[in-house]
Design a protein around this ligand. Structure first.
Ligand code: NAD
Length: 732
């Protein structure tokens, strides 16, 4: 059995069909390359074959990408020289794709057979790099299809010819969104961008390709013709020069130099543009090897691709029957309730949205209408999809409408009494199997569950704001939460197409527990006289989307002060953050509540646009004459979060390091290049991490004290992904 089969037709057209056995979407594996090459050799060597069509046996897609085991196998193929193994493997792939591209032509571009590629739908990664090597790409008019090269999103870049070919096809400037941002397009947009040649109805796909193959077309790629000039100009051309200067500045501005793949991609493009095509492919392979040998790429692939997908597929789902949600009740139509309503209705569920007053409930529903209106303007929704979504939402004050709900998500005020009253009232109106979830961000789930007579059916489903944008949902098990409630929450998260992590109940659960020390460490440094710009820039250069001071301005200073007061009241003498409170309470007292009051650590203009840091800060906390080293600031910010993650694991709040890593990146943008807190500790090595914590604890206090688990692992030289290997293996 093979994934590729060929039928030779009487009219001289050979159709190669790709149909990965046992998968719903084609995925390239090592044998696939061998089998495809053998069929291409056969077709090119058979005089009866005039041309070839490469297509997919799957409905609605061409291919989703590559089995990442190929990379592991390449690394192993040259014994103890993994880079050599990679380089050899990549060059073999280039030779195969080049064979398709040359179509059997001789050195003078004579002879040869046309090879067309038909995309019934989605074509991603290698699933688009192969079509790029063909002579003409026909895409089915399938608006759901996604076409492009998303590799950069998981810390690599298109390294099987996609980078070199796309830049040669459209020029560096035009190719940059597709390469540097992993932009995906539907077929029509792909055609107008020049990624595909033709868009035709799906049932005419093969006929259109066949007619083209039999029309005797020219198949020489522009870069194989004499006098080829790169669109937009090569680097030594004045226009091209400007492109590369601009691109380099843009990449560094966006990534702050923290993402190795983006830099390597740019180098491959620049250096490749200076040389002939085949040498450019070799350069691309070298840079790709460089990226694949970087531990950051392996960590990013593991977290953002393998483990994220495993969690989405229910890696930690209890073994209970399907719990998909049909009708959900959302309590509270404020910021969170409105967002939860939107994503649930868009996923096809019926939603009952309840608030105290009808106007409030209606306002919550209008959030969906506004969102859909924006979608219509951008061509992502239609008046029909808008009406369908709105028709699913009942906005009311009447609890009896909750009848028939199989899940309730409560998002009322963050007040235990209000939440308890709502819980009790809801339970009078729903059936005995209904699962009750709270979206609290700070209150213990086990305490809130006391308002229910069925605590095994009570759970936390913690969304992040804005709900429709944030991809992570944190599911929290209370002490008595049962497996059906966990499965229900996981199935719901899958329906709304987000990524779940499942954690146990503890103060601030997992995500907020790690974010708060990050913000606090930033504010502590302000009190010590560290320049605010040094603090925020140090974070951005680590790859965080926003520095801690900017983050607290965004989430609001009064919210921070409220959380600080509540935590202090709950912890009593154990409360560790008095130095931080001094700053945050003072800011609150000054009325500087963050962006919403147009005054926080930053100044803002009338429109709320961030200006410079507020001068009053330096008056109150004068800058020390000697500022700390950048790495010291970065280590304080990193370890403040990472140690919380380790403690959460030690205490059993986290049960799976994959969730710790994936959750950190998706919830608060934890340095994605690192793969997450545990992957970062593995990259720097646990022995060094433990030693560094000792130094930080001595210099800055016991909050950096080395956790026992880290100490023990450091002594043994263990990494997290080997010690907790069962979980990591499960993911593969
Ligand atoms: P919000 O103030 O915007 O909305 C709360 C809504 O609940 C209001 O519309 C209010 O009228 C309604 N409400 C209050 N009492 C009610 C009752 N008895 N019956 C029905 N409706 C009632 O608050 P929010 O920001 O949407 O937060 C809601 C919950 O989500 C809180 O528990 C909060 O901690 C949590 N949360 C908030 C965020 C965030 O970023 N805002 C993030 C995660 C979780």
């Amino acid at each position: 059995m093979t994934d590729f089969t060929m039928e030779k037709h009487a009219d001289g057209v050979a159709i190669i069909t790709w149909d990965t056995i046992g998968k719903s979407m084609n995925v390239m594996n090592q044998q696939g390359f061998v089998d495809l090459e053998a069929l291409i050799d056969d077709a090119l060597g058979d005089d009866a074959v005039k041309g070839v069509i490469l297509t997919s046996g799957k409905d609605g897609s061409f291919a989703g990408g590559m089995d990442l085991n190929i990379i592991a196998k390449m690394k192993e193929s040259a014994g103890d020289m993994p880079a050599q193994g990679l380089m050899d493997g990549l060059m073999a792939t280039h030779r195969m794709l080049r064979k398709i591209e040359r179509g059997g032509m001789d050195d003078k571009n004579k002879g040869g057979k046309p090879i067309a590629c038909c995309l019934p739908g989605t074509a991603l990664g290698i699933g688009f790099e192969i079509p790029l090597a063909c002579h003409r790409i026909f895409a089915a008019d399938n608006p759901k299809a996604k076409i492009g090269l998303p590799e950069i999103m998981v810390g690599i870049f298109p390294g099987m010819g996609g980078t070199t070919r796309l830049v040669r096809m459209m020029g560096a400037m035009a190719a940059s969104p597709f390469l540097l941002e992993g932009k995906l397009s539907d077929p029509k947009k792909a055609k107008s961008a020049g990624l595909v040649h033709e868009v035709v109805p799906v049932d005419e796909l093969i006929d259109a390709a066949r007619a083209w193959v039999l029309s005797g077309p020219s198949i020489v790629k522009p870069w194989d013709e004499k006098g080829y000039k790169m669109p937009g100009g090569a680097p030594y051309h004045p226009a091209g020069f400007m492109t590369f200067v601009g691109a380099s500045a843009m990449v560094n501005g966006k990534t702050q130099g923290a993402f190795p793949a983006a830099k390597a991609l740019l180098s491959a493009v620049y250096e490749g543009a200076l040389v002939p095509f085949d040498t450019a492919l070799k350069i691309e392979a070298r840079w790709f090897t460089n990226v694949l040998m970087n531990p950051s790429s392996a960590a990013m692939i593991r977290s953002l691709f393998i483990n994220k997908e495993a969690l989405e597929k229910g890696a930690n789902r209890p073994d209970v029957p399907d719990q998909r949600v049909k009708k959900v009740g959302v309590m509270g139509a404020g910021m969170m309730g409105a967002g939860i309503t939107l994503v649930s209705a868009m996923a096809g569920m019926d939603v009952v949205l309840i608030d105290q007053k009808q106007e409030a409930a209606d306002r919550g529903k209008s959030y969906t209408a506004d969102y859909m209106d924006k979608g219509i303007k951008r061509g992502k929704a239609t008046p029909d999809t808008k009406e369908a979504a709105l028709a699913r939402i009942t906005a009311t004050t009447d609890y009896s409408a909750l009848q028939g709900c199989d899940l309730i998500i409560e998002a009322v005020f963050e007040d235990p009494k209000v939440k308890a009253d709502v819980t009790k009232e809801v339970l009078k109106h729903v059936g005995k199997d209904c699962i009750f979830a709270t979206n609290t961000s700070t209150l213990p789930i086990s305490d809130l569950a006391k308002a229910s007579d069925k605590p095994e059916q009570f759970i936390g489903i913690h969304f992040f704001s804005p709900v429709e944008k944030m991809m992570l949902v944190e599911i929290i098990k209370g002490q008595k939460t049962g497996p059906v409630a966990v499965a229900k929450a996981l199935d719901y998260v899958r329906q709304i197409r987000k990524t779940p992590i499942v954690v146990n109940d503890a103060r601030f659960f997992y995500c907020n527990r790690c974010i708060i020390p990050y913000i606090n460490e930033g504010m502590r440094m302000v009190a010590e006289g560290v320049a605010p710009a040094l603090i925020d820039n140090a974070a951005r250069q680590l790859g965080f989307p926003v520095g801690p001071l900017q983050l607290v301005d965004e989430t609001s200073i009064d919210l921070g002060a409220k959380i600080a007061r509540a935590t202090k009241a709950a912890m009593g003498d154990d409360y560790p953050d008095a130095a931080v409170d001094e700053v945050i309470f003072w800011m609150e007292g000054e009325g500087r509540l963050g962006r919403k009051s147009k005054a926080g650590f930053y100044d803002y203009d009338d429109k709320g646009k961030r200006q410079g840091y507020w001068n009053g800060l330096a008056d109150k906390y004068p800058r020390t004459e000697t500022q700390p080293d950048l790495y010291e600031v970065q280590h304080r910010l990193m370890f403040a979060q990472v140690l919380e993650a380790v403690r959460a694991l030690e205490e059993g709040v986290l049960e799976d390091i994959r969730e710790g890593d994936v959750g950190a990146i998706l919830a608060w943008g934890f340095a994605p290049w690192s793969g997450g807190p545990f992957s970062w500790l593995d990259i720097i090595g646990t022995p060094y991490a433990a030693e560094r914590c000792d130094q930080l604890a001595e210099a800055f206090g016991p909050r950096f004290a080395t956790p026992d688990l880290l100490r023990e692992m450091g002594d043994k030289g263990q990494s997290f992904y080997t010690r907790f290997a069962i979980q990591a293996d499960d993911a593969a």
